[in-house]
Design a protein around this ligand. Structure first.
Ligand code: SF4
Ligand code: SF4
Length: 140
């Protein structure tokens, strides 16, 4: 199962990965169109400071994913490649997944849970990896 790893010794906290993530998940897929969309696109990767360490983190695509067990509508599921994916059409906004995720990797937008999908529709792979100026992020 592939996932994105962050090398915390390289991360500057510039948030380029967050911006690239939001743009990739926008309708227009460009920064200039994304900033005027309603609703605004949401980034699934979050840059956080933990004491003196800066880390860019997102869904860990857990093997035995608590969010899938907790999801009563079947919205969270495992894809064939082992990634944890989210069917937005089934989401009822109960936030059980938000409560059980050990990494705080799920955001809320109105009644919809939002999480990293590993840029599943992007043939080149997760956009955060190529957007990072210090090459902190790797997918493996
Ligand atoms: S783009 Fe790279 S350096 Fe910038 S915050 Fe994200 S992981 Fe860190
Ligand atoms: S959303 Fe959270 S609980 Fe679900 S697979 Fe990702 S990291 Fe694991």
């Amino acid at each position: 199962m592939k996932k994105v790893y962050c090398n915390v010794t390289k991360c500057l906290g510039c948030r380029s990965c967050e911006i690239a993530c939001a743009v990739e998940h926008s309708k227009g897929k460009t920064l200039f169109t994304a900033i005027s969309e309603t609703p605004l696109p949401v980034h699934r990767r979050k840059v956080q400071a933990v004491e003196e360490i800066i880390i860019s983190d997102a869904c860990h695509h857990c093997e035995d994913a608590p969010c899938i067990t907790a999801c009563m509508s079947g919205s969270m599921f495992k894809a064939e490649d082992g990634s944890t994916q989210h069917n937005e059409d089934k989401c009822v906004g109960c936030w059980m997944c938000v409560m059980v995720c050990p990494f705080g990797a799920i955001s809320r937008r109105k009644n919809l849970a939002i999480k990293c999908d590993l840029c599943k529709d992007r043939t080149e792979g997760p956009v955060c990896v190529v957007s990072c100026p210090t090459k902190s992020l790797t997918v493996k």
